[in-house]
Design a protein around this ligand. Sequence first.
Ligand code: SAM
Length: 274
Amino acid sequence: MTDTVSTLPPVSEMMRDCGLEPKKQFGQNFLFDLNLTGRIARSVPDISTTPVVEVGPGPAGLTRAILMANAPRVIAIEKDKTTQPILSRVIDASNGRLDVIYDDALRVDFSKLGLAEYAVCANLPYNVGTQLLIGWLQKIASGEKIKSLTLMFQKEVAQRITATPGAEHYGRLAVLTSLIADAKILFDVPNTAFVPRPKVQSAVVQIIPNASKISEIKNLDKIEQITAKLFGQRRKMIRAIIPGVAWEKYGLTGTERAENLSPKTFALLADDLL
Ligand code: SAM
């Protein structure tokens, strides 16, 4: 069987043929630009030797780019079953490399996909993007072999993931991410790249799990709890939120606010206080 992904008709034409229209309730903003989808797919480290999990293939613009970048295997999880006629054609063209699971990615147990290790690459639905990211971070912390995550987010979420202490967007997402991985914004994507065009700008973020950081983390759930507590009242001094703590033990006075604490300090506080 030969691989004919590169000879498929353009995504927009396949959508017309199948009568597929973007649906708001699934957060559908599609990418048709081959240069852009190719750039995202080729950003996945070692893509030609790494199985890829994609959430939300939709009409398969990015999926096709991932296949054309020679990913040996792709498992895509799509909630909208009306994409099936298009995705079936891509499966047929993929020479056995693509499988699609029609389900809500929030309900899928990624550790049961049968992949010893994998990369995640996705143009995420905006309404569940951060929830999915937190799920992947928890999986990484508990030892799942996710080699990399290359993800499209709204620009503001991308800034929240990659922010450093003291920065405007610093919060729970940056703390959790930086405690187990190295994250950076690879490039910005203008809203004009999507169909339909969203109001906000986007960016592609890359998150690479860092083994030495992961080995130092005892309990990511507790870190989540303490970041939620302290950033929940981010204008308050930490001593007003959690009274009775010997802050000097952590090199603090208690007059700091959550935004001034380093990720490592959150980890220490989580171990001691919860
Ligand atoms: N990958 C396509 C692209 O780049 O053109 C589509 C991206 S679109 C932003 C998000 C996709 O995620 C849609 O196809 C949507 O149906 C799907 N989706 C939304 N919520 C989902 C969920 N909970 N689980 C799986 N897929 C979901």
